[in-house]
Design a protein around this ligand. Structure first.
Ligand SMILES: CC(C)(COP(=O)(O)OP(=O)(O)OC[C@H]1O[C@@H](n2cnc3c(N)ncnc32)[C@H](O)[C@@H]1OP(=O)(O)O)[C@@H](O)C(=O)NCCC(=O)NCCS
Length: 185
């Protein structure tokens, strides 16, 4: 199966919710948000998220799906496959921040995560960002390794997040974007 990362569209609110809840059920220690908290969000929130992240250069969500030349067919939906969010941090608007990266266990190790990361970073570059930042739990070896393989480097020491419901510790990672490449698009 060929998989692609597609930017979310305003009709994807239910799919977004399904993917995000699958991610939180599968990997609760990877994310700040909790399954209980996200499950309780009203439908209007997911619709607003899908609408906001479907266009423009401040927020984007990309969903993994089967690359079907005939287009998306709900009859052939493969279920949650993966996602990533990218957004403009309010205190550092020249960057984009990457969050909520998740790939379904069944398709890990296939390059699907590379597709998501390449798409997210490419979008940030096109949006004019000078770099992409993220926070990762340092014991999350698979995540740290893939970010490192994509050129991210540690940008600081471990910081406990006082607001994190599980009291997790995160480290910042940073990828500076080459302005020449940016000019080439
Ligand atoms: C992080 C994630 C997206 C990576 O996807 P993936 O398909 O496993 O990515 P890859 O196959 O490219 O593997 C990434 C690296 O981790 C390694 N790896 C994979 N599973 C591993 C494991 N269980 N333990 C240690 N290393 C592991 C791979 O060998 C690879 O290392 P390399 O680049 O040095 O070869 C996926 O594991 C995931 O969704 N995890 C749960 C959610 C999560 O942690 N998201 C990140 C939040 S910051």
């Amino acid at each position: 199966m060929i998989i692609r990362a597609r930017r979310i569209n305003p009709d994807d609110a239910e799919r977004l919710r399904a993917v995000r809840l699958a991610a939180l059920a599968d990997a609760p220690m990877s994310f700040w948000q909790t399954l209980a908290g996200e499950s309780a969000r009203p439908s209007a929130d997911w619709r607003a998220h899908a609408l906001r992240n479907s266009a423009g250069d401040t927020h984007a969500t990309f969903l993994l799906e089967r690359d079907d030349p005939a287009g998306y067919d709900p009859e052939r939906d493969d279920g949650p496959m993966g996602m990533v969010d990218v957004y403009q941090p309010s205190l550092a608007p020249e960057f984009r921040e990457l969050a909520a990266l998740w790939v379904a266990p069944a398709i890990r190790g296939t390059g699907a995560a590379d597709t998501l990361l390449d798409t997210a970073v490419g979008w940030a570059r096109t949006a004019g960002a000078i770099g992409v930042r993220l926070w990762v739990v340092p014991t999350n070896t698979a995540a740290v390794r893939i970010y490192t393989r994509h050129g991210f480097t540690l940008a600081g020491g471990p910081e406990p997040d006082m607001d994190d419901p599980a009291g997790k510790v995160y480290v910042p990672m940073l990828l500076m974007l080459d302005s020449d490449e940016s000019a080439r698009g």
